[in-house]
Design a protein around this ligand. Sequence first.
Ligand SMILES: C/C(=C\CNc1ncnc2c1ncn2[C@@H]1O[C@H](COP(=O)(O)O)[C@@H](O)[C@H]1O)CO
Length: 261
Amino acid sequence: MTQSNRRPERHRGPVTLRRDAVSTGTADRALLDSAGRPDWKVRDSWRTLRILSEFVEGFDTLSELPPAVSVFGSARSAPDSPECELAQRLGAALARAGYAVITGGGPGVMEAANRGCTEAGGLSVGLGIELPFEQGINEWVDVGIDFRYFFVRKTMFVKYAQAFVVLPGGLGTMDELFEALTLVQTEKVTRFPVVMMGKDYWSGLIAWMRDTMLADGKINVADLDLLICTDDVDEAITHIVDADKVLTAEQHALLTGDPLG
Ligand SMILES: C/C(=C\CNc1ncnc2c1ncn2[C@@H]1O[C@H](COP(=O)(O)O)[C@@H](O)[C@H]1O)CO
């Protein structure tokens, strides 16, 4: 293989780039870094069409999904790490409970959750993101979409899931966890269970939320009730299924006027 053939392949929406055509930028960076550039006004106006098309593609593809759970966690965890082992068991249990599993489609915990789901006969979904370093959607994903824009992709994680499960991870995982909690706290989504898995990993953060955030009046006691933390896959599934039942009954009552659902 020549040196030029070894250069990574990049994907920009439907476009594949190889060799000298590969650049290090992403669509997200071009949008967010453009202030101050003379052409930003015209280019950003046109970009809205590309953003719109990304929403349309996501809505069209995902509206057909069965009930689903979004699973988050580190892109960097080794396949034999405890969190990947947990994610794989969780993915399988979700599939057996009738849920599709939605992840970021990347490596580590995402891949493990997709793998568990697919091996158990469930539907694995990967919502990838264009990054300066190409990763590609993991091989266990059945339905994959590559997004240019983080904010479009985040809408899909919430809109097409009945619950969030958050395993150990870094900044990306924290962003996803706190976005979910903020959406529930502000009642943008209702009856949306957020399950944190990995008690050793998360207990320090939860203690800080209680001892500093809550103690300092920055959140309410009820905000801490928005999440549960467990190492037990069965407990996570029961929590999700129970919340789902309540929501389904409420939606049925709203549609039919029958309060018993
Ligand atoms: C950094 C590495 C791979 C990056 N590939 C990713 N592919 C898809 N989704 C990703 C990737 N990196 C982050 N995410 C999203 O954030 C969460 C994980 O981020 P963290 O910082 O590792 O916690 C994850 O849930 C994704 O949605 C390694 O080679």
